[in-house]
Design a binder for this molecule. Sequence first.
Ligand code: SF4
Ligand code: SF4
Length: 278
Amino acid sequence: MYGTGLAKGLLLTLRHFVESYVDDIRYGFRKYHHSTDNFAIRQGTKTKGVITVQYPDEKVAVPERFRFVPFLIVEDEDHPTRAGKDWCTSCGICAKVCPPQCIWIVRGNDPNTGRPVPEPEAFFIDIDICMNCGYCAEYCPFDAIKMDHDYELASYDRTSHHIHDKERLSKPNSYWRSIAPTRAYEEMLVRGTWEHKDAAKEARRGAASAQSRAPQPAAQPAVATPVASEAIDEAEASAAPAPAAEGARPWTEDEAKREERRRKALERKARRAAKRGQ
Ligand code: SF4
Ligand code: SF4
């Protein structure tokens, strides 16, 4: 019969309209209260009725794996040894893999020696060209560049505002851990520490030199003195403060083995050089 489909469509619209108010009454308007998770319930798939998000007053929470433009991780301001320091070593891998080539990096130089240092002097990303693919974050060997959740970047001046410089790109490590706690934790497991790789290495070197400097009792050569133990504990604690990583610390042994291999390689090299000199 003509008009049946039209009537069905109108009835559906009417049903959604009525359900919107029924749902409001069922929740007693609690779901509009922002201090609870009622807003999330209201945005959930089980909510009936036609619900409009009152953007920008209301925003739908983005999932953890959501990615928008990249940002650079810097150390937290309250970090004991590296406050505000870049995680980026200006290796340039992200700029190389970026498909639309929208990353520019200027490597830093030591002002006294003029030699390159592993930190960027300048870092730019043209976010109008960036296609949010996330390759830069995937390929960075230092976990120094991540994809942000901040999608409100509209402005009236594309030219200057949409080329993000290092200052604009830099955000503290704690920010990354707050927007992507699961990923940050997974990365920590792979990296072996909550710290930047270099910070963890420095801490281990400090612990090793403290151990070698500490006097060793002749009768117990394998046991470190209390002073050395304290130094090691202190350094290791600063290298891996994460409660989740406590107890496991798989990186300690790996790094020790690596150091041992390195030492042996250096000894072999020295022996070869000595032979050549004979
Ligand atoms: S962000 Fe990562 S990949 Fe890019 S230059 Fe810095 S350390 Fe290298
Ligand atoms: S997200 Fe993709 S396009 Fe954007 S800067 Fe990173 S690699 Fe380049």
